[in-house]
Design a protein around this ligand. Structure first.
Ligand SMILES: Cc1cc2nc3c(=O)[nH]c(=O)nc-3n(C[C@H](O)[C@H](O)[C@H](O)COP(=O)(O)O)c2cc1C
Length: 176
């Protein structure tokens, strides 16, 4: 394979291929410059009409992380995370979920590239979405799309998922 930009491609592909959800974290913190860099990557995601409809809230306060864990039983592990990043999108924008999802994936990939682990916790349409919004004073003009819990991976907590083989999913020209 003749790769046009070998350095960037090799690194980028390795990061994408090796990303996996992490739900168990060590006690240690993530230095704020890495959180900031990861958020810069989130904000570089593509958006419909370049709308960039998002707001991000960084949560480091243990009490607030515990409150989110109580509200979202499917994301209880956020109470052990070094940081929670809440992704909100403008409610009146038709591509808010797509745009904020692209940003959320960029966040996870950037954190992984820096050696931190993370997991997406459902936000959009979840029963606790509005309670989480109120907790952070985000105005009603925005809704919760995702919650990213992140920290230093605790090796024992990693569960690699199986992916559906590509030949079951990809078709040339027509589905058959
Ligand atoms: C829209 C969305 C919602 C998710 N919600 C949750 C969640 O609430 N709790 C959780 O533990 N994982 C959640 N996940 C993570 C998925 O369970 C995980 O990505 C999937 O099992 C594949 O594993 P991998 O990330 O290691 O590839 C969510 C992922 C997405 C994209």
């Amino acid at each position: 394979m003749n790769v046009r930009n070998p350095g960037i491609a090799n690194f980028g592909i390795t990061i994408i291929q090796s990303r996996h959800s992490v739900r168990k974290f060590k006690e240690e913190d993530i230095p704020s410059e890495f959180v900031r860099k990861a958020l810069e990557c989130a904000s570089k995601a593509p958006t419909g009409k370049n709308k960039q409809p998002w707001l991000f809230v960084i949560i480091k306060n243990k009490g607030t992380l515990s409150e989110i864990a109580k509200l979202a039983p499917n994301g209880r592990f956020i109470e052990g995370a070094a940081v929670g990043i809440l992704v909100f999108g403008e409610i009146d924008w038709r591509f808010t979920v797509e745009d904020c999802s692209a940003a959320s994936e960029n966040l996870l990939l950037a954190l992984h590239a820096y050696g931190y682990g993370g997991c997406w916790i459902a936000g959009n349409q979840m029963p606790y979405a509005d309670a989480v919004r109120k907790l952070t004073n985000i105005p009603e003009t925005h809704k919760l799309v995702s919650i990213i819990a992140a920290g230093i991976p605790d090796i024992g907590g990693i569960n690699l998922t199986e992916k559906i083989p590509l030949d079951k999913l990809v078709f040339f020209e027509k589905y058959q």
